[in-house]
Design a binder for this molecule. Structure first.
Ligand code: SF4
Length: 278
């Protein structure tokens, strides 16, 4: 039996998925819908069961890779309640999310040399959250984000804002180290970001700072150069989001530290923070 979708059905499914993304629904769960069937109709039939192929995912959604076998008419059931729903204590809710991740094999990074999943660290009630792109070698070794050289610089940036690392929450778009510190690939980001979004929903920070283009583009789902992404606020799920350079980039090009400081000053103003000694 063919597993290829009728092009019209594929377009209709893509539209449906985009519609749910605009509503803020990103998580799609595989349901046991039986074998895929060939569909030749131009309209989406009520009982159609479709299997979306990996090569088809790319054009269907810029943020979330979707591996589904779904009865189309039951699309509202895509949004299954999160396990942490109803857990009021953010410490406990984050623990539930970590347990849900488990020994994750949801994307290919699980088999590309990761030592451990790097969940996130910091105050579960933090007003300020930093989001990077993914763990490096030191983070993979220690199980904590931003602990290498870039992490030391991030710590200094946080100190310069008049607060300490323990006062903020730090996470990444992907929780497993990409091999050779390469940039996480689109399918990896799209698969893993659901957990970061759930962490953000639990923590409800006032301000999120996206560190670098990968974090910014995956959170905001927009393609733009850093020069356009920085220097303004974005509304993001009840938080305000700002973009600045990734500390690893600042280590490579220290001349940009002044620009990063401007971004942090914008954040400090929003949070009513004052630089130490001023
Ligand atoms: Fe799972 Fe995220 Fe690790 Fe991929 S990067 S295996 S989705 S925890």
């Amino acid at each position: 039996m063919s597993r290829t979708l009728d092009p019209e059905l594929r377009r209709n499914l893509a539209e449906r998925i985009r519609f749910y993304r605009e509503l803020g629904i990103y998580d799609f769960y595989r349901r046991d819908a039986g074998p895929a069937v060939e569909v030749a109709s131009e309209a989406v039939p009520a009982a159609a069961v479709a299997t979306i192929q990996p090569e088809e995912r790319e054009e269907m959604t810029p943020r979330k890779a979707v591996a589904v076998a779904v009865p189309v008419e039951e699309a509202t059931m895509f949004a299954a309640p999160k396990p942490e729903a109803g857990v009021a204590d953010p410490v406990a809710a984050l623990r539930v999310i970590r347990e849900d991740i488990g020994d994750c094999t949801r994307c290919k990074l699980h088999k590309l040399g990761r030592k451990q999943i790097v969940f996130g660290v910091g105050d579960p009630r933090a007003e300020l959250m930093f989001v990077g792109e993914g763990p490096g070698a030191d983070e993979d070794e220690q199980g904590e984000p931003f602990v290498g050289r870039a992490g030391q610089l991030l710590n200094n940036m946080i100190k310069a804002m008049g607060i300490e690392r323990k006062d903020v929450y730090i996470g990444n778009v992907v929780k497993c180290r990409p091999p050779a510190n390469r940039t996480p690939e689109r399918d990896e980001c799209e698969t893993c970001i659901q957990f970061l979004l759930r962490q953000i929903a639990v923590i409800q920070p006032k301000v999120i700072v996206a560190l670098g283009a990968v974090a910014a583009k995956n959170l905001l789902a927009i393609q733009a150069p850093m020069s356009e992404l920085r220097g303004r606020w974005y509304e993001f799920r009840g938080s305000k989001l700002a973009v600045t350079y990734h500390p690893a980039f600042l280590l490579r090009d220290p001349r940009q530290k002044g620009e990063a400081w401007k971004d942090l000053q914008m954040v400090m103003k929003e949070l009513g923070l004052k630089a130490p000694g001023k």
